[in-house]
Ligand binder design. Structure first.
Ligand SMILES: Cc1ncc(COP(=O)(O)OP(=O)(O)O)c(N)n1
Ligand SMILES: Cc1ncsc1CCOP(=O)(O)O
Ligand SMILES: [Mg+2]
Length: 216
């Protein structure tokens, strides 16, 4: 694991790609390499949903994707699975309100980047108290990539968090494309996080380049 400073984490959040095997049209290792060539700055392994890999197969894929990230100098974040993150010595873990509590994750992964999904100011304040490094807010727009996604929040959630004094780095998530990415940044987010706009693209490298242009 590489230990990152707060200002480095903030920079990495700019173009945050999230994916698992079921999100990809092609081999996930190839997809990740193409996305990196296209300019993604952070990667989250999210192996979840119908048909997703489990057990040893999940771990083997995680190891391969971790290697790709290490070679490219991109932090490797694992979604939900704290045990796997610790076992693989990942750079970070992302959890939501239905996952292991952030303070307990911090105990198990003291130096990892910790991302927490929040939907209210109260949840955000608790996450910050528990040691979150960044917050994931959404779904900002309708999404096809999460079966149990909450109601669409729109950009107002980001604006409201900023108005209420939440200064910690924020990424928007849910339905973000190169057409709306700039709006998410202008609402007050440090970066965008997304699955399908990259993973399901016919040309993953070009899709990543287009998104990068939209956020810089
Ligand atoms: C960057 C980022 N933001 C939000 C989420 C969603 O997390 P969660 O609510 O725990 O839902 P699942 O992804 O676990 O289904 C995320 N993964 N990443
Ligand atoms: C994991 C997650 N959390 C809220 S929306 C979402 C899915 C985002 O995927 P997409 O970028 O394809 O809408
Ligand atoms: Mg989760």
């Amino acid at each position: 694991m590489t230990i990152y400073r707060q200002h480095e984490i903030e920079e990495f959040l700019q173009l945050y790609f999230i994916m698992g095997s079921t999100n990809c049209k092609k081999d996930p290792v190839y997809v990740l390499k193409q996305a990196i060539e296209g300019g993604i700055t952070l990667f989250q392994f999210r192996e979840k949903g119908v048909g997703s890999l489990e057990g040893l197969k999940k771990k083997k894929l995680a190891e391969k994707l971790h290697r790709v990230c290490k070679d490219a100098g991109i932090p490797f974040i694992i979604n939900d699975d704290v045990e796997l993150a610790v076992e693989l010595d990942a750079d970070g873990i992302h959890i939501g309100q239905e996952d292991l509590a952030a303070n307990l994750v911090r105990e198990k992964a003291a130096d990892m980047i910790l991302g927490v999904s929040t939907h209210t100011i109260g949840e955000a304040e608790k996450a910050i108290e528990d040691g979150a490094d960044y917050l994931g807010l959404g779904p900002i727009y309708p999404t096809i990539s999460k079966d149990d996604a909450r109601e669409v929040s729109g950009l107002t959630i980001i604006e409201n968090f900023r108005k209420n004094g939440i200064t910690i780095p924020i990424v928007g998530i849910g339905g973000i494309t190169s057409a709306n990415a700039r709006d998410v940044i202008q609402a007050g987010a440090n970066g965008i996080s997304l699955i399908s706009a990259i993973a399901a693209a016919d040309d993953v490298k070009k899709a990543s380049e287009d998104l990068k242009r939209a956020v810089i």
